[in-house]
Design a protein around this ligand. Structure first.
Ligand code: APR
Ligand code: PHB
Length: 389
């Protein structure tokens, strides 16, 4: 088999890259270790920056997103039993849009199927070779048969646990990591969201977030211990705990119902540098992780794919490698900004028992500064709606 670009992983990064390359007439093969249904079954965040939407439009998959996405011009910060609005649109002229990652994945899968482009699902033992030379090779097994794919480039879009970053020469790879001492317990329910906009809550019992997928489907999160047992959280306990962390008015408005998904996710900041090793390029979660507090994970994957698709398209059009050569540096500049913002929001809103009373006073001072200062709110807003790419 041969392809111009072999893409490892059919998450949002791999599928979006595949679509942009397809539209440019570049032949890309996607290899995914899981089934399509499994990929679609993963529940992830769903908040899109305008830049991400523009890229999805360019990929020709914006129609459903524009019809069904919920446009938000603000968010709320809750603390001390009060809510304070941050006017994102007023501060930046930009909005964010709520549209689940599952829906984006589905739209990209449908577009790929309509284009007749090839995705190999349930590809086993994918391995990447010879990317330090001119003719990289990808090997895998499908239905018991070994395959070898010769290609010009490999795109490592295989997520945090993927094989591509692990296959890079470890002496050339530098990683930076912070693991936070808590997780998020998330619940999805077919109940109307408690509020039109997202509410991020700093509370003595721990962080809480009220978010949504649609006007009839809510998503709520609670800060929890890392070793929390999900069996110990029947729905009633979750709703009771959420009410305790919300201001009275919001708690009274909360509509509860049976959960349709419940899971615990750890919080991590992680960056691998560089993002290119010869003809192997890492993109999305394969190269970096942010804690979900700033909702940057998917948006960072989109900016990586913007730069990578641009570099590959330019290479096939002109034979020039300048954009590919600049890929890692351009991505990392934006990634570190998003890492900083996600780390800052995580620190602002969660309980860190090890930081003691001084840490709590610092959080309080920062929250009061945000409430009192348009400049502080503008800084939050500028980062939240997304720095340009
Ligand atoms: N071979 C083939 N496929 C693999 C391998 C492998 N060895 N390892 C992992 N994969 C697949 C996974 O099954 C998954 O479908 O790669 C895909 C990676 O997808 P994601 O983890 O969704 O990563 P990415 O596409 O970069 O999307 C980033 O996802 O985690 C969120 O916050 C993140 O929203 C952001 C987005
Ligand atoms: C979500 O909708 O799941 C979501 C939204 C905003 C966040 C994190 C998660 O900051």
């Amino acid at each position: 088999m041969r392809a111009q670009v072999a893409i490892i992983g059919a998450g949002p990064s791999g599928l979006l890259l595949g679509q942009l390359l397809h539209l440019a007439g570049i032949d890309a093969l996607i290899l995914e270790q899981r089934s399509g249904d499994y990929v679609l079954g993963r529940i992830r965040a769903g908040l899109l920056e305008q830049g991400t939407i523009d890229l999805l439009d360019r990929a020709g998959v914006g129609a459903r997103l524009h019809a069904q996405g919920l446009v938000h011009g603000g968010l709320e910060l809750g603390f001390d039993g009060m809510r304070h609005r941050v006017d994102l649109h007023g501060a930046t002229g930009k909005n964010v849009t709520i549209y689940g990652q599952t829906e984006i994945t589905k739209d990209l899968m449908d577009a790929r199927a309509a284009a007749g482009a090839n995705t190999v699902y349930e590809a086993e033992d994918v391995s990447v070779h010879d990317f330090d030379g001119k003719q990289p090779v990808v090997r895998c097994r499908k239905d018991g048969i070994e395959h070898e794919i010769a290609c010009d480039f490999i795109a490592g879009c295989d997520g945090f646990h993927g094989v591509c970053r692990q296959s890079a020469p470890q002496s050339a790879l530098q990683t930076y990591e912070r693991v936070y001492p808590f997780g998020w317990l998330g619940i999805l329910s077919d109940t109307p969201p408690v509020s039109e906009e997202l509410i991020y809550v700093n509370h003595a019992r721990g962080f809480a977030l009220c978010t949504m997928r649609s006007r009839t489907r809510s998503r709520y999160y609670l800060q929890c211990a890392l070793d929390e047992n999900i069996e110990a959280w029947p729905d009633a306990r979750f709703w009771d705990e959420l009410r305790l962390r919300l201001d009275e008015e919001t708690a009274a408005r909360l509509v509860t119902g049976p959960s349709i998904e419940k899971s615990i996710a750890p919080l991590r900041s992680f960056v691998a540098e560089p993002m290119r090793f010869g003809r192997l390029f890492l993109a999305g979660d394969a190269a970096h992780i942010v804690p979900p507090t700033g909702a940057k994970g998917l948006n960072l994957a989109a900016s990586d794919i913007h730069y990578l698709s641009g570099g590959l398209i330019d290479y096939y059009a002109t034979g020039k490698t300048a954009e590919l050569d600049a890929y890692s540096e351009k991505c990392l500049r934006r990634i570190w900004q998003a890492e900083r913002f996600s780390w800052w929001m995580t620190n602002l809103l969660h309980r860190f028992p090890e930081n003691g009373p001084f840490g709590e006073k610092m959080q309080r001072a920062e929250l009061e500064y945000l409430v009192g200062s348009p400049a502080a709110r503008a800084t939050l807003a500028e980062n939240y709606v997304g720095l340009p790419f």
